[in-house]
Design a protein around this ligand. Structure first.
Ligand SMILES: Cc1cc2nc3c(=O)[nH]c(=O)nc-3n(C[C@H](O)[C@H](O)[C@H](O)COP(=O)(O)O)c2cc1C
Length: 160
């Protein structure tokens, strides 16, 4: 039977998502992008699951370096999320709007996010237009324990 595309889109868009800035680094090159397809995948070891667009510039960096960070945005950081999905003049340019430090594993962690985790890639599913990356959380820094930004509150959609 054919897939009901209207139902599929309506239902998949009901899956609740947060909004995060994923950070990557390869040598001197640093990049970040807005990601919403993120969830926890295990308590022990602590795993996170994130789907990354196969054609994006960060995808290859994650595959090669086997590392990424996830910065958790606060409820008032919608504008920052917008900076990190718009096209940029040069790789890493988005960070001009967002001061950051390198974490223990050398990945960018935004000063003004609620906090961030650095993850080591432990698995991936390569199938379709996004690759599902599974990362083990290796470091965590909490700046402030406040309400996080979620996709529904922005009026944007990514999914379906
Ligand atoms: C609301 C929203 C959510 C997004 N979520 C994701 C996501 O989960 N994974 C992803 O790969 N791209 C996602 N994107 C798209 C990337 O942020 C965008 O393609 C970005 O330019 C990729 O940057 P890069 O090519 O420098 O890696 C999202 C975009 C928007 C507007």
């Amino acid at each position: 039977m054919d897939l009901d595309l209207v139902a599929k889109k309506a239902l998949l868009r009901k899956i609740p998502h947060g909004l995060f800035i994923c950070g990557v680094r390869e040598g001197e090159e640093v990049n970040g992008f807005t990601a919403s397809w993120v969830t926890q995948g295990s308590f022990e070891p602590p795993l996170v699951v994130m789907a990354v667009r196969a054609e994006g510039s960060s995808h290859g960096i994650i595959e090669r370096t086997k590392l990424f960070s996830l910065n958790i945005l606060g409820v008032d950081q919608k504008e920052l999320a917008a900076v990190f999905f718009k096209p940029q003049l040069a790789m890493g340019g988005r960070f001009e709007s967002a001061p950051f430090q390198f974490g223990e594993f050398g990945l960018p962690l935004l000063d003004n996010a609620l906090g961030g985790v650095e993850c080591e890639l432990v698995g991936q599913v390569v199938h379709g237009d996004h690759t599902v990356f599974v990362g083990e959380v290796r470091s965590a820094i909490l700046h402030k324990d406040c309400e996080a930004l979620n996709l529904a509150s922005t009026g944007w959609s990514y999914g379906g």
